[in-house]
Structure formats: structure tokens, C-alpha cells
Design a protein around this ligand. Structure first.
Ligand SMILES: [Fe+2]
Ligand SMILES: [Fe+2]
Length: 392
């Protein structure tokens, strides 16, 4: 599958390569111990991009500083005031309801509905939930971007306000799915919790280079990807007769669409102010391929967990290689990339590259599918107590 073909999954690295021998044994032992300890909390090195930092020319920081008022009027407006937001509790059994016909009854009904939902669907739902629950990583990522980072933790700039409020809105997604899955009794919560801990420990590597041009292109793409994915799980939940779950996935998808609108608007503004550098940034990001936020996923058992999860998502039509091409196509149209004029030769080359990319992605995917006609196999997922899911 194209989305994952460029990514290998993380492995809990326990290799035994030692540092250079030292005459001082105590120092040598200490280096050895520290080195292994660090490795225990890192994904395999080859999974990460070559580290490039602060790639945006420093003079461009002033663009983001000067856009603070614009962001207040155009980006913060995509947030919902806390009092108008839904909360996870609105969709979950009420623990304060009376024992007899309240909480227990509601949990019983929830579990009855979940009984009809197949295992492969649960794998995708768990993967989506784990992706949402690694939120600390995404807030960290946004705060690595030059010119828009929240420099104090409570900075009053519009960029910082956006990042904190966006994070707070997003927090409800993982909370809701996590509590729902816990109540179903269908999934192995401790394996799921372990996967979340690994994923936050490993972080992610979207190749943003501290560069807000790259960062906002990435978030525009990703918000749309999550909207598609949650939207499709909503449709499937409905098909399996769990209307409450369909409502949960649908309400999350609608948040993602609001977020997508905000990030896409930022990039539209960048195209307006600085088309040449923005189209070059877009081409740069697409050449690297857009990394999935949970690409370093690991559960302590399956070294290829992310590929396996992605294969199930592809198989169920929740998120596919064609969606990847569709997202790019739609963003190119929104940003009117094809009609940009007055570009430098490098800019024109970037424009040509990105505009020709969606059909190329589709063709490559078709060819890859035709080439890799493998017999179907089943893979055990620890999230569902090691039960097997068939991958085509
Ligand atoms: Fe989300
Ligand atoms: Fe989102």
C-alpha cells in the first residue's frame, strides 16, 4: 500500500552495539548503561528522517509575526468556545445515574450494540483512538515551528492561542474513543495503553524542519486525513447497527473538518503572500511523502503494527491510498496551485511536480497492487486479545 510502503514500523531496539572501549571501566560501564537506556525509548534510527532543523530563512519569521492580527480574525474563528463544545461525557453512560436503571443499564446497552461490531472494525477504531491519544506529540510538534510556537506555555499570540485551544479540542477525541472502547469490553485495554505509551515515547517525525510552511502543509493534509478516517468509521458503525458509535465518530470527524479549514486557510494566506516559497515547500513535503502521525506505533509485540493497522484500514476503506491522492488533489484545488503565476524557475518546477502528482500516485498504487498479489494472511492484534484479522 502506498501510504505505508515508505514507512517501516518501529522496533523496540535491544541491540547490543557498544561504545568504543575505554580504559576507565567505570566510565565505560556508565556510557554503556546510558546508551542502552536511551535506545529503549527510541524507535529505530532508520525510521526517522535525516534531521534538518530551522530550514525557513530567518527573515520569513516576520511574515508570521505580522499575521498575528489576521490569525485572530481568520483562524481563531474556527475554534468553538468551550461552553459550546460537546464533551465526551455527552456520548457516554452517565456514571452519576442511579445504579438500577441508570449507568449499568446504559453500559449493558452499549455492550450489546458493540457485540455486533466485527474485530477488523475494532482494530481500525483502536488505531484511530491511539493516534488521537498521542496528542502530546502533536502539540510538541506545533511548538517546534519557528515564528508560531507558544514560547511561554501561555503566550498571548494568536498562533499560541490557536495551538493550545486546538489541543484542548483534540483532547476530547481520544478521551471519548478511549472511554467508549473501555466500556465495550471487546478490546485489551492494557495492550492499548501500552501502545499509547510507546507511541508518545517514540514521538513522530513529520519532517517539519521547524518550518511553519512545511508544518501547516502537513497539518492541512492530516486534518483532512483524520476527517476522512473518522467519517468512514462512522459510516461503518452505522452499517453494523451501532448508531451511537456512528454518532461518536461523526462528531469527531466534524471537529477535524473545522481544523482542516483553519490550517488550509493559513496555507492559502501563505500562497497569497509568498507563492514561490510556499509551492516549493509543498513540493518538498510531498517528495518526502506525508507521514502518518502514528507511524512509529508499537505494542511491544508486533514490529509491523502500523503496516498491519494501515492494511486493515485500507481493506475496510477507512483510509486508502486513493484517499491520499484525493486529499492532495483537493488541497491543490483549494490553493489554486495550477494557476499560480510569476513563479521563479524553481517554483515552476515545484508547481509542475505537485500538479502532476495525484495521477502518478494512483498509477503507482495500481501497479504496486498488481505486483504484490500475495495470498491472504491473518495477523494477530494484541489490541483484541491476539485474535487474528485477515489481511487481503
Ligand atoms: Fe482528532
Ligand atoms: Fe484534528
Amino acid at each position: 500500500m502506498l501510504i505505508t510502503s515508505c514507512l517501516t514500523s518501529p522496533k523496540f531496539f535491544t541491540g547490543s552495539s557498544s561504545p568504543a572501549p575505554s580504559k576507565d571501566l567505570k566510565v565505560d560501564e556508565k556510557i554503556n548503561r546510558d546508551y542502552s537506556y536511551k535506545k529503549a525509548f527510541m524507535p529505530r534510527r532508520e525510521l526517522l528522517y535525516q534531521e534538518i532543523t530551522h530550514s525557513m530563512p530567518p527573515e520569513k519569521i516576520s511574515i508570521f509575526k505580522s499575521l498575528d492580527d489576521w490569525a485572530k480574525d481568520n483562524i481563531l474563528t474556527h475554534l468553538k468556545p468551550v461552553e459550546k463544545c460537546w464533551q465526551p461525557q455527552d456520548f457516554l453512560p452517565d456514571p452519576a445515574a442511579s445504579r438500577d436503571d441508570g449507568f449499568h443499564e446504559q453500559v449493558k446497552e452499549l455492550r450489546e450494540r458493540a457485540k455486533e461490531v466485527p474485530d477488523d472494525f475494532f482494530v481500525v477504531l483502536v488505531g484511530n483512538m491511539i493516534t488521537e491519544d498521542a496528542l502530546p506529540t502533536y502539540q510538541t510538534m506545533l511548538n517546534t515551528l519557528d515564528g508560531v510556537a507558544d514560547e511561554t506555555g501561555s503566550s498571548p499570540t494568536s498562533w499560541a492561542v490557536w495551538t493550545r485551544a486546538w489541543t484542548a479540542e483534540e483532547k476530547r477525541h481520544g478521551d471519548l474513543l478511549n472511554k467508549y472502547l473501555y466500556l465495550t469490553g471487546r478490546v485489551d485495554m492494557s495492550q492499548i495503553e501500552k501502545t499509547i505509551q510507546y507511541l508518545i515515547t517514540f514521538g513522530m517525525d513529520p519532517g517539519g524542519e521547524n518550518n511553519p510552511y512545511l508544518g501547516f502543509i502537513f497539518t492541512s493534509f492530516q486534518e483532512r486525513a483524520t476527517a476522512i478516517s473518522h467519517g468512514n468509521t462512522a459510516k461503518l458503525a452505522k452499517k453494523h447497527g451501532d448508531l451511537k458509535l456512528a454518532q461518536i465518530c461523526g462528531i469527531i470527524a466534524s471537529d477535524e473538518k473545522r481544523h482542516e479549514a483553519a490550517y488550509t486557510k493559513i496555507v492559502t494566506k501563505l500562497f497569497e503572500l509568498d507563492p514561490d516559497y510556499t509551492v516549493i515547500s509543498l513540493a518538498h513535503m510531498m517528495r518526502k511523502k506525508i507521514t502518518m502521525p502514528a507511524h512509529l506505533m508499537y505494542d511491544g509485540r508486533d514490529d509491523h503494527l502500523f503496516q498491519h493497522f494501515s492494511s486493515v484500514a485500507q481493506q475496510l476503506g477507512v483510509y486508502t491510498a486513493n484517499d491520499y491522492a484525493d486529499i492532495l488533489e483537493s488541497l491543490l484545488a483549494t490553493w489554486k496551485v495550477e494557476t499560480l503565476v510569476g513563479l521563479s524557475p524553481e517554483g515552476r518546477k515545484a508547481q509542475e511536480f505537485v500538479c502532476g502528482l495525484p495521477p502518478r500516485i494512483r498509477k503507482l498504487e495500481e501497479r504496486a497492487q498488481a505486483r504484490t498479489k500475495q495470498p491472504p494472511m491473518s495477523v494477530p492484534f494484541s489490541w483484541i486479545f491476539g485474535r487474528q484479522v485477515r489481511l487481503l
